[in-house]
Design a protein around this ligand. Structure first.
Ligand SMILES: NC(=O)c1ccc[n+]([C@@H]2O[C@H](COP(=O)([O-])OP(=O)(O)OC[C@H]3O[C@@H](n4cnc5c(N)ncnc54)[C@H](O)[C@@H]3O)[C@@H](O)[C@H]2O)c1
Length: 254
């Protein structure tokens, strides 16, 4: 079940955190994995770890907020692997602050990475998927998109846009046998969370006590998210599209 041998997957932000967990797990299921990340050294390290396990991996320095950079990455992937079967839009970024303390430059950064980044990759990758009449697109949003999150107003809005975009895209691409689904992690210790906690005492306080309010009484792990990614990437999940699934220990139930 959930065999991905011979499939090629792009994981944006696959160098570290949740994306690294997704990349390693997809490789374990037999996929060739492309790590498209700004952090090229860490992307190379993750790719090397995957290769050691016997799977194929390629690291490509990519800025998902820049359409030209995404186009260059996809060209490299196509010349290395010939096709793209799975696109995991995982790269994201945020900092916690009340909306009235944010600035338009901050809004641009949050929206460009978390929403426009998804538009850019889909715009370029879906062309090949349409031509081959198959594909899996999985967008990593956040529980913040479903229920809001104190101090994450712009991020919640951008991730909410990912949810609505994904549902519409799922309708448009269904005729091409391409499925589009969304996963919403809850709080998951990663370098992103470490940076948010280090930079702001409110973020530190909120994020350090989340495990107490999660029904399953622990924070998430990259492997929790990766398991759901593998399922939604598989042939077996071919009748599931336009859906939003939280992987957050029951933090949100909606
Ligand atoms: N960690 C959490 O608690 C949590 C909760 C909900 C949702 N998420 C979402 O999960 C995803 C992964 O988050 P994480 O916690 O692993 O973060 P992380 O910062 O640990 O890893 C994110 C990766 O994305 C890369 N990245 C950032 N901007 C990029 C860009 N413009 N182009 C290419 N790569 C870029 C980073 O270099 C990094 O390797 C994000 O979309 C995040 O919003 C995380």
């Amino acid at each position: 079940m959930f065999e991905l041998t011979g499939k090629t997957a792009i994981v944006t932000g696959g160098a570290r955190g949740i994306g690294k967990g997704i990349s390693m797990t997809l490789a374990k299921q037999g996929a060739n994995v492309v790590i498209a990340d700004l952090l090229v050294d860490q992307a190379e390290e993750t790719a090397a770890e995957i290769r050691k396990s016997g799977a194929k991996a390629l690291a490509v320095q990519t800025d998902i907020a820049d359409l030209a950079s995404v186009k260059a990455m996809v060209e490299k992937v196509n010349s290395e692997f010939g096709k793209i079967d799975i696109l995991i839009n995982n790269a994201g970024w945020d900092r916690m602050k009340p909306f009235m303390k944010t600035t338009p430059d901050f809004w641009d950064k949050v929206i460009n990475i978390n929403f426009k980044g998804v538009l850019n990759t889909v715009y370029v990758v879906a062309e090949g998927m349409i031509a081959q009449n198959s594909g899996r697109i999985i967008n990593i949003a956040s529980d913040a998109a479903r229920v809001g999150s104190m101090g994450e107003s712009v991020y919640s809005g951008a991730k909410g846009a990912v949810l609505s975009f994904s549902k519409t895209l799922a309708r448009e691409l269904a005729r091409n046998s391409i499925t589009v689904n969304v996963l919403c992690p809850g709080p998951t210790p990663t370098p992103l969370l470490d940076d948010m906690k280090a930079e702001d005492s409110f973020a530190d306080k909120v994020l350090s006590s989340m495990d107490k309010i999660i029904p399953l009484k622990r924070m998430g792990t990259p492997d929790d998210i990766a398991a759901a990614v593998v399922f939604l990437s598989s042939e077996e999940a071919g009748f599931i599209t336009g859906q939003v699934l939280s992987v957050s220990g029951g933090l949100t139930m909606c």
